[in-house]
Structure formats: structure tokens, C-alpha cells
Write a protein that binds this ligand. Structure first.
Ligand code: S3P
Length: 196
């Protein structure tokens, strides 16, 4: 048996399936949905986008929720949806940018999941969110300045995540690979793709 095959066999023997959900946190435009989808595919687990779940539960878009009921109402729904998603089978969960700012949600994530902060700089976030209109916080005023304010407010809190991966440097394939490597290191074992 070649050395490489031997290593692969050892890897397979140690490998285990994901036993906790992975929650991706970070600002709008950090790539939580894009990386989350890829990661879920690699691991053969479900991908859930918390924003889409909130929209389904409310029967309207996030922009409409903000407009009709205000941000506080949205945050309350977000907290409840996150609690529900965290009680479901392990999978990859992309949290909305503000979800991790809620201390109750943060505590729940700490107890039940592994959190990964996808960190990106202002230029990357601005370039990726420019021209998109579905994010109410960026629809009024100077979106670049808003993103800078959110960076200042939120990055110290996002830094509480279990792992931090810089995005915006590599393309999604490489970023996903780096996320998976960091996750496996954190879990102390290679992760297998579970049966579909
Ligand atoms: C928000 C981020 C959005 C969405 C809402 C508020 C935030 O999600 O939840 O517009 O407060 O940062 P994404 O980070 O998935 O864009």
C-alpha cells in the first residue's frame, strides 16, 4: 500500500460525521450563504439560510418586515427562528448578520453548535453588497459608512466565534476548503460526508 493510500485509510478510520451544527456568522456580503452551501454539499448535510426561514415564517421579505413592523420585530423573529434551527439535526446554518449580536442567540450557539466568523474587510463587503436592494440596513443613506459602523460595532462580538476565517482573499472553493480544514482541526477529526 502506498504511503498516500495508508494515510487516506487512517483518515477514513478516524473520520466522523458532523455531530453539531455549524453556524456561519459575519456581516452582510461576507459569503455566509455561498460558503455555507458549498460546505453543506461537501459534508452531505442540510444547508439552512436563517434569513430565508424568517421570510417563510413571516410570509414576506425581510425588507417588508422592516418596513411594516420595524427592526425590533424582525430581531425578535430572528431570535425565535435561530432557536428553532439550532434544535434541529446538525447542518450548516447561515445566520443573518445581526443574529450573533443577540446574547441569548450567542449563548445558544455556544452551547449547541460551532460558530465560524467569516471575516471580510470593508472593501470586500461593499463591493459584494453594492447594487443589491434586499438588505434594508443598506438601502438608506451611505451604505459604505453603514458597513463601517457595523464593522466597528460588531467585529468585537463576532470575534467571540469559535473560529475565524478571512474571506475575500481567495475564491469560494479555496475559502470553503480553509473553513473545512479549520473545522476539522477544531473537531479533532476529519469529517465524513454523511449519507444523503
Ligand atoms: C442583517 C443582515 C441580513 C438580514 C437583515 C439584517 C444585519 O442578513 O438578516 O437584512 O443586521 O446585518 P445577511 O447577513 O445574510 O445579508
Amino acid at each position: 500500500m502506498s504511503a498516500a493510500a495508508h494515510t487516506n485509510n487512517e483518515r477514513a478510520a478516524d473520520a466522523r460525521a458532523l455531530d453539531r451544527s455549524v453556524v456561519l456568522v459575519g456581516l452582510m456580503g461576507a459569503g455566509k450563504s455561498c460558503i455555507g452551501r458549498r460546505l453543506a454539499q461537501r459534508l452531505g448535510v442540510n444547508f439552512v439560510d436563517a434569513d430565508a426561514e424568517i421570510e417563510d415564517a413571516a410570509g414576506c421579505s425581510i425588507a417588508e418586515i422592516f418596513e411594516k413592523y420595524g427592526e425590533e420585530y424582525f430581531r425578535d423573529g430572528e431570535r425565535r427562528v435561530m432557536a428553532r434551527l439550532l434544535s434541529e439535526a446538525p447542518g450548516i446554518l447561515a445566520a443573518g448578520g445581526g443574529a450573533f449580536m443577540n446574547s441569548e442567540t450567542r449563548e445558544m450557539i455556544r452551547n449547541k453548535a460551532v460558530s465560524i466568523w467569516l471575516r471580510a474587510d470593508l472593501e470586500t463587503l461593499h463591493a459584494r453588497t453594492k447594487g443589491r436592494t434586499h438588505r434594508p440596513l443598506l438601502n438608506t443613506g451611505d451604505a459604505r459608512a453603514t458597513l463601517q459602523t457595523l464593522i466597528d460595532e460588531r467585529y468585537p462580538v463576532y470575534a467571540e466565534a469559535d473560529l475565524t476565517i478571512d474571506t475575500g482573499i481567495d475564491g469560494p472553493t479555496m475559502t470553503c476548503r480553509r473553513v473545512l480544514e479549520a473545522l476539522e482541526q477544531h473537531m479533532g477529526a476529519p469529517l465524513t460526508a454523511s449519507d444523503p
